[in-house]
Design a binder for this molecule. Structure first.
Ligand code: NDP
Length: 451
């Protein structure tokens, strides 16, 4: 394995989810691996994404539970919420996980450089300190960074990167965008007591999700007090002397907010990597173009995860990192990642989860489809007096009953969907679900009871 012509067999730039998995697995296959990370080990998911976000989602859920518990006989006197306490606990755990990631890499003898790395010549990487190393293979796993639309005053806007470090919960927040991050943070801030306004440039939220799920989330969110503005793009933002922001959006009178957050997509992190020095090809959105084996147009340079802008999800980056490391350094036939039928979730309040085709896509691709829905009020909501209905939708091929997609909004939707995704991925039919006995009483049983 060792090729002494180079300092390392693999040099990974970016130690997020994909880079960590690839480096660890390559090292386990016997490769001499080095990696550089200019921020913190763990990348977006661990440090400023999925992990701390989910912790905030848990924290936010208590707001509803503490309200609902009264109908279950509980009285809690003097309840109060301390944002700083939650924030600091979350950050402490993020630090713990960062330590675990670092330890794993060290245990696998991966040499870690905590600094910026740039490709300066063929097989050559120069670190910020000036140190130059060579590697037989280079993996770019630098992820993506929040995109902030261009408008006067956009320097005052925060992104999800900063949302985890606020000194206080804003009284009134404007969230730009209508995708994953906008809806997740709308739910979080709303539960913590902020007045939340979500403003998107188009007239939908969560464009890729099934329309019934989107409509239900909108309806529930609005009932909870979240306001939505559509076809609303910021024309101008001004910071006032009192620290608030005056925001003028298309078709909307000027409004005042304590905080403005952009959740308007993420763009691949390719700046300053020296890709031009070796001719790595980029796509229209600045993403690194790769083939099915995550190889770029340069034979020894690979890229995985968000920087390739294939599917911006952590588990996908991890699979791509694993496949790359096994294929290049392992004793297996090179294999690629199957990017079809990837389940996903939006951790909104309530969450949405989905696998396979939405109804519109299914009709476009299959023509004849059969749609089953279950629209119900979960038992817990009934007792709590919470007028919030869940929705499950199953879309099947009209010809043979094969399940093409399952969508759900309601409590535990992401937990339930992980199991349903196995069945959908395996190509099961509605009849297979019908033949399965329900677990009663659960929310999940709706999946096998739909008529
Ligand atoms: P999304 O792609 O989910 O949504 C982006 C939103 O911003 C859309 O509503 C889009 O409008 C709007 N938008 C896009 N570009 C612009 C622009 N130039 N100006 C104004 N508005 C714009 O992005 P997010 O930032 O919410 O999240 C980034 C990615 O991170 C997600 O795509 C997802 O892959 C991942 N992620 C996953 C999570 C999860 O798995 N639970 C959680 C958080 C993030 P339009 O309506 O026109 O599309």
């Amino acid at each position: 394995m060792a090729d002494t012509e180079y300092d390392f067999d693999l040099f990974t730039i970016g130690i997020g989810s994909g880079g960590t998995r690839a480096s660890r697995v390559a090292a386990a296959h016997g490769a001499r691996v080095a990696a550089a990370e200019e921020h913190r080990v763990g990348g977006t998911c661990v440090i400023r994404g999925c992990v701390p976000k989910k912790m905030l989602v848990y924290g936010a859920q208590f707001a509803e539970d503490l309200e609902d518990c009264q109908q279950f006989g509980w009285t809690i006197e003097g309840k109060s919420f301390d944002w700083v306490k939650l924030r600091d606990h979350v950050m402490k755990d993020v630090g713990r996980i960062e330590g675990v990631y670092t330890e794993t890499l060290e245990k696998h003898d991966v040499t870690l450089f905590h600094e910026h790395a740039k490709i300066t010549d063929e097989h050559e990487i120069t670190l910020a300190s000036g140190k130059v190393v060579t590697a037989k293979h280079i993996l770019i796993a630098t992820g993506a960074t929040p995109h902030v639309p261009d408008f006067p005053g956009n320097e005052h806007v925060i992104t999800s990167n900063e949302a985890f470090h606020l000194d206080e919960v804003p009284g009134c927040i404007l969230i730009l965008g209508g995708g994953y991050i906008a809806n997740e943070f709308a739910g979080i801030f709303n539960e913590f007591g902020s007045k939340v306004v979500v403003a998107n440039r188009s007239d939908v939220i969560l464009r890729s999700y099934d329309f019934s799920m989107r409509d239900r989330l909108m309806q529930i969110s609005m009932t909870k007090g979240i306001e939505f503005l559509f076809r609303a793009e910021v024309e101008k933002l001004e910071k006032r002397d009192d620290g608030t922001f005056a925001v003028k959006m298309t078709g909307v009178e000027e409004r005042t907010f304590d905080l403005v957050m952009a959740a308007t997509g993420r763009v691949p992190n390719v700046e300053g990597l020296g890709l031009e020095n070796v001719g790595v090809e980029l796509g229209k959105r600045g993403e690194i173009k790769v083939d099915e084996f995550s190889k770029t147009n340069v034979d020894y340079i690979y890229a995985v995860g968000d920087v390739t802008d294939r599917v911006q999800l952590t588990p996908v980056a991890i699979r791509e990192g694993q496949a790359f490391a096994d294929s290049v350094f392992g004793d297996v036939e090179p294999y690629s990642v199957d990017h079809s039928c990837i389940p996903s979730a939006v951790f909104s309040h309530p969450p949405i989860s989905s696998v396979g085709l939405n109804e519109r896509e299914a009709k476009e691709q299959y023509g004849q489809v059969k749609v089953y829905t279950s629209d119900f009020r979960p038992m817990k909501n009934v007792v709590a007096g919470r007028n919030e209905r869940s929705l499950v939708k199953m879309i099947c091929d009209g010809a043979n009953g094969q399940i093409l997609g399952v969508h759900m909004i309601g409590p535990y939707a992401p937990e339930i969907m992980q199991t349903a995704a196995v069945a959908v991925k395996a190509g099961m039919n509605k009849a297979d679900f019908d033949a399965t006995t329900a677990i009663h009483p659960t929310v999940a049983e709706e999946l096998v009871l739909m008529k």
